[in-house]
Design a protein around this ligand. Structure first.
Ligand code: MN
Length: 147
């Protein structure tokens, strides 16, 4: 089951997203600000993160940057969820560290499309990594351990 982290400071918005995700069979974890989200990503290892842009402590842009700075999280899909309606914001978001963008109120069909697109891509990456590692010769350290 895929696990989605919702980072959002508004309780009503968190609840709406949780319902949409759980109806589709996703496991959901929640964080109320950017710093808590970073901790939860570390503790719960979600498959994808939905990030509100306007959040206390660390906003969505700062959090997305921190995620990308961490080599272990470099392939974690990060989707911005924002009410920003001004012209240019979508471009600003897509030109920064985000893999996708959803505007509020979140349209359930667009949400499904984004999740399908980003999680399928991740599955394909995992498969090709497994195939690659399956054909790799044993390392010296491995050979020493295994004899
Ligand atoms: Mn907010």
């Amino acid at each position: 089951m895929n696990k989605i982290l919702i980072a959002e400071d508004n309780a009503v918005n968190r609840e709406l997203l949780r319902e949409l995700l759980e109806m589709r069979g996703y496991a959901v974890v929640e964080a109320c600000d950017g710093e808590e989200a970073l901790r939860m990503i570390d503790e719960t290892q979600p498959d994808l993160v939905l990030l509100d842009i306007g959040m206390p402590v660390l906003d969505g842009f700062a959090l997305a940057r921190k995620i990308r700075e961490n080599p272990r999280l470099s392939s974690l899909p990060v989707v911005a969820v924002t009410a920003y309606a001004m012209q240019g914001d979508r471009e600003k978001i897509l030109n920064s560290q985000f893999d996708g963008y959803l505007s509020k109120p979140v349209n359930s069909r667009f949400l499904t499309e984004e999740l399908d697109r980003l999680l399928v891509k991740q599955v394909n990456q995992d498969l090709s990594q497994n195939q690659a590692s399956g054909t790799q010769p044993r390392s010296k350290a491995q050979a020493a351990r295994e004899g």
